[in-house]
Design a protein around this ligand. Structure first.
Ligand code: AHR
Length: 358
């Protein structure tokens, strides 16, 4: 067949199929295929959540699921990694294979993401990091990050304690404090521990020890038991989340201690982070927890607004920090100053519990 004839036949076939598609006709046998094809206007989001270790995490998952719905024009592929980075890497690779429109990653720890994020970049899929951060050699491997300033959270709670102690005549050297840390290597742990270490050395508190509580009640209980076995002077416990605080309170009370702010009279002060778990917030109102640094989990709408920006051709801010409160149960410290900025302290009482949003 001559080259001319071949090109003529191809052009006739193309014209016929174009006319056919303009007329809306469907070739026999294609009906089934059509029903499995994702319509172009559905946005497919693959979300790798690190696990379900805390109430904060459940609220965060819920927030994402409530936004990325069919009604809102999304298909959400949700993967729970059960605290394992290897599971998150596998999930991201499966999102790439499925050619999703966006990947959202809530990373368990900061390091170890370079390879898989390079694969996503090569595939041309934007990656939005949420909650904790990633430490990568090239920050073009992710589009942007949305989450909390964990070190600031830590500094705020410590500043609240220092003001409270000063007001109640507690000498810094009489503060014997322990830090029950979150999952080691996670941004929430790194930031809250850093904030704690910095302020403790600034004020001259006696840091008795750091123990790992993994952001869970059970691990924090084990840690607190070990602390009570090994030290008898601890009078303040800095828990890196509320689930840990609930475990710590159980152990302290079982050992005959009273949890409260009055360490001069022998109470043990417990402070914490999140403000999601209703039992923890009730414990704050009841005085067993003295101060909670809010950690806001409602990132679903924030991530969605990043996606809308990207779709309209705008560039989102690379790092998007969320504003957060400090909760307590008395007017003793109305506000604190940090880095030249004043932060009001929110006093919670019984009535706030009825309307607590989680
Ligand atoms: O990364 C956010 C932290 O992770 C929350 O404070 C904690 O509760 C969660 O597990």
């Amino acid at each position: 067949m001559s080259d001319f004839l071949f090109r003529k036949i191809i052009s006739i076939i193309l014209s016929v199929s174009l006319l056919c598609s303009l007329a809306g006709c469907t070739p026999a046998g294609d009906a089934e295929a059509e029903s499995v094809v994702t319509p172009d206007d559905i946005i497919v989001v693959g979300f790798s959540q690190l696990g379900a270790e805390s109430d904060w995490r459940s609220a965060n998952t819920e927030s994402m699921k409530s936004v990325f719905t069919k009604e809102n024009g999304y298909e959400l592929i949700f993967e729970d990694a059960q605290q394992k980075q290897t599971n998150q890497i596998t999930a991201i690779r499966s999102f790439i294979q499925r050619d999703v429109d966006y990947i959202v990653l809530a990373p368990v720890t900061e390091t170890g993401w370079d390879t898989v994020l390079s694969e996503a970049k090569e595939a041309g899929i934007p990656v939005i990091i949420v909650d904790r951060q990633v430490e990568v050699s090239d920050d073009s491997l992710f589009t942007c990050w949305v989450g909390s300033d964990f070190e600031l959270e830590g500094r705020k709670v410590c500043m609240w304690m220092s003001k409270y102690f000063a007001k109640n005549g507690v000498n810094p050297s009489d503060v014997h404090i322990v830090d029950i840390q979150g999952t080691l290597g996670s941004t929430a742990q790194i930031g809250r521990t850093k904030g704690f270490d910095h302020m403790a050395s600034l004020y001259g508190w006696d840091v008795v020890t750091h123990e790992v509580g993994d952001f869970t009640k059970s691990k924090a209980k084990e840690a607190m038991f070990a602390i009570l076995r090994n030290y008898d002077n601890v009078n303040v416990v800095y828990c890196e989340n509320d689930n840990e605080a609930l475990g710590v309170i159980e152990v302290l009370e079982a050992s005959g201690r009273k949890c409260g702010s009055n360490i001069k009279d022998g109470e043990t002060m417990v402070v914490s982070f999140d403000g999601i778990n209703k039992q923890a917030v009730s414990s704050l109102v009841a005085g067993q927890i003295s101060c909670i640094g809010e950690c806001n989990p409602l990132h679903g709408p924030r991530v969605e607004s990043v996606i809308r920006k990207l779709r309209s051709g705008q560039e989102p801010y690379k790092y998007q920090y969320v504003n957060e409160k400090i909760y307590t149960n008395s007017n003793a410290v109305p506000s604190i100053m940090l880095g030249g900025k004043e932060y009001g302290v929110t006093v919670l009482n019984e009535s706030d519990l009825y309307e607590w949003p989680y």
